[in-house]
Design a protein around this ligand. Structure first.
Ligand SMILES: Cc1cc2nc3c(=O)[nH]c(=O)nc-3n(C[C@H](O)[C@H](O)[C@H](O)COP(=O)(O)OP(=O)(O)OC[C@H]3O[C@@H](n4cnc5c(N)ncnc54)[C@H](O)[C@@H]3O)c2cc1C
Length: 384
């Protein structure tokens, strides 16, 4: 017997697609090939044996979506805890809510009494000389045109440099525009206006284990680097792993950075006071901390130690690769996608091809691809 569909990669995309395909096609058999012994890829989660705190080794993962299909899907598979993501920048020990808003402008200009109108006037004054009339060529130009030099230096330059391991003037404008921006009202740390935000009460790891707890889905531990590593299958193969590796890097290799979260049991007195905080300042070696104990639904931690993840650029035990958003990479990625488009019988999707999607976009895309593929398979003469 051969599986109807093979999926390469048991990350969020691969497992949601497998689950949806087997629901839409009763009796279908989906095989998922995964090179690690973990389910869920970057969204994997586990429990700290010392504090009993639930955490994501690769960084806190909270789903934020306004797509009813996505929320209905996850809420149908797990009890979800609603939790609005909040983000703060730590500037010399002071927590400033993100995205950048009135609180940040007041701190940046050292005037706690600035009104929204006065804040706008100051930012406009400083940003205007950086608006050249042409589209910004890189993330630094985009930030200067939106914020002016003072807020850029205080909040943005260090953050981007530490996260991406390279200067903002080497990165695409979207590195700034997708994540930062500026408002002139208080933001209170609410980074996303998405209608539904949260995570499964029993953690993403448990969510993924339940998805594959059926005889219709087989997860096989196998590194599948190319078509040569695939078992025979009847209908289709979905590839969610790095697209350049799949094609033996024959058009070139996409430039990648590496980030890593070092998890340490930290003294309660020095542990961060929020679930996530960023550190744009040059004196701090990491750019973000994760303190999952501050998320709702966690068990009481009776110990004096707090589990804290220190996220920094570079190598380490939980290191992951990510594709740098440079102009060269964008052109190469387009060339690989065009190539993938003509690879008959293969569907390329997930982070390996899209690089920077969030969980909501990833789930929506996996559900949509599974629906399209199920229709094609139903019409195929090889389908019972
Ligand atoms: C630090 C960080 C924090 C994030 N936080 C959030 C958040 O809070 N909210 C949010 O919405 N999004 C967040 N994201 C984005 C989110 O992680 C992604 O949208 C999602 O994980 C993408 O899932 P995927 O299945 O496409 O990719 P992946 O998770 O990368 O899964 C790919 C899988 O393929 C496997 N694999 C790779 N190569 C091979 C091979 N050759 N053979 C077999 N298997 C292979 C990998 O081991 C992995 O299991 C975050 C991303 C990062 C980097």
């Amino acid at each position: 017997m051969r599986p109807d569909v093979v999926i390469v990669g048991a990350g969020l995309f691969g497992l949601v697609a497998a689950d949806r395909l087997t629901s839409l096609l009763p009796g279908a058999w989906v095989m998922v090939l995964e090179s690690t012994d973990q389910l869920g890829g970057l969204c994997a989660s586990t429990v700290c044996p010392y504090t009993d705190i639930h955490y994501n080794p690769y960084g806190t993962h909270i789903l934020a979506t306004s797509d009813p299909n996505v929320w209905t899907y996850v809420a149908g598979r797990a009890r979800m805890i609603s939790h609005q993501r909040r983000a703060y920048a730590d500037i010399d020990g002071r927590l400033v809510p993100l995205p950048l808003g009135l609180e940040a402008i007041r701190l940046g200009y050292g005037d706690a009494t600035l009104t929204p109108e006065a804040a706008r006037a100051l930012v406009e004054r400083d940003a205007a000389p950086h608006r050249t009339g042409r589209a910004p060529a890189n993330a630094e130009e985009a930030a200067l045109a939106a914020l002016g030099p003072r807020l850029y230096e205080t909040f943005v330059r260090g953050h981007i440099t530490k996260q991406w391991g390279t200067s903002p003037d080497q990165l695409a404008p979207g590195v700034f525009t997708d994540r930062f921006g500026i408002r002139f009202t208080p933001t209170a740390g609410l980074r996303s206006a998405a209608r539904w935000q949260g995570f499964p009460a029993s953690g993403w790891g448990d969510f993924f284990s339940r998805l594959v707890d059926t005889r219709d889905i087989t997860v096989l531990r196998r590194h599948a680097a190319s078509v040569r590593d695939l078992p025979p299958y009847t209908h289709a193969c979905i590839v969610t792993t790095p697209i350049d590796a799949w094609f033996d890097h024959d058009l070139g290799t996409l430039a990648r950075g590496r980030i890593c979260v070092d998890w340490r049991l930290t003294d309660r007195r020095t542990a961060p006071a929020t679930a996530t905080a960023t550190y744009p300042g040059p004196g701090v070696p990491y750019y973000r901390t994760h303190t999952p104990e501050h998320l709702p639904g966690q068990p009481a931690n009776p110990t004096e130690k707090v589990l804290v993840g220190y996220e920094h650029h570079g190598d380490g035990p939980n290191a992951i690769d990510f594709v740098l958003r440079t102009p060269d990479n964008a052109a190469l990625a387009d060339a690989y996608r065009a190539r993938a488009h003509h690879a008959d019988g293969f569907l390329f999707a997930g982070r390996g091809t899209t690089f920077h999607d969030d969980m909501g976009t990833t789930i929506a895309a996996a559900l949509a691809l599974a629906a399209r593929l199920a229709k094609t398979i139903e019409r195929s003469p090889a389908w019972p």
